[in-house]
Design a protein around this ligand. Structure first.
Ligand code: ADP
Length: 169
């Protein structure tokens, strides 16, 4: 007998999204085709300064999700992810898996979240091969060194990254 029924109404896709990449957008699009609604939740880290501020990351993501589905929204949270899910009455965490290197950390987080709240499930979507080497941090590095990032992030993000680099110089 099943211990509980998983109601796949709302899924939360948490992360830093600093900035959003084509890899993230693909996962959001695929999650939106599985779940009734998807909330992309930016972790507002209390002691970590990002490349972009959380409101800047939210604005870039909002511009992208508008084109995906009206059932996708963008939010931010601080504190424990499982508490954020509980407050939203959500039970599913979406994560993208790029490579074996993601696996250890992702399984550890999924098991920790499960042990904190038994009713939560983590669902992994495997990154598309073409996106499997893209990460926000590598995109930031390449752009800072003058490389072309237009294949990895949406247009509005390319410009935002270039503007941010110019301001930081
Ligand atoms: P975090 O700091 O939580 O890892 P990220 O913004 O780097 O935040 O990633 C958020 C989620 O998106 C994670 O589940 C990550 O595995 C996934 N992700 C990141 N880049 C890609 C990609 N290129 N393809 C698929 N999933 C990705």
């Amino acid at each position: 007998m099943l211990p509980f029924r998983l109601i796949m109404a709302e899924a939360v896709f948490p992360g830093s999204f600093d900035p959003v990449t084509h890899g993230h957008i693909d996962i959001i699009t695929r999650a939106a085709s599985i779940f009734d609604s998807v909330t992309v939740a930016i972790l507002n880290h209390p002691d970590k300064v990002g490349f972009f501020t959380v409101p800047e990351r939210m604005a870039m993501l909002e511009e992208q999700v508008r084109e995906i589905s009206p059932h996708v929204r963008v939010d931010c949270f601080s504190g424990l992810l499982v508490d954020y899910l509980a407050a939203r009455k959500a039970r599913v965490i979406i994560r993208g898996l790029r490579a074996i290197s993601d696996y250890d950390y992702e399984v550890q987080m999924a098991l920790m979240n499960k042990s904190l709240r038994e009713d939560i499930e983590t669902v992994f979507l495997v990154a598309r091969e073409a996106n499997s080497f893209i990460s926000s941090s590598i995109v930031r590095q390449v752009a800072t060194l003058g490389g072309d990032i237009s294949k990895f992030v949406p247009k509005n993000v390319v410009q935002a990254v270039l503007n941010k680099i110019a301001v930081k110089k």
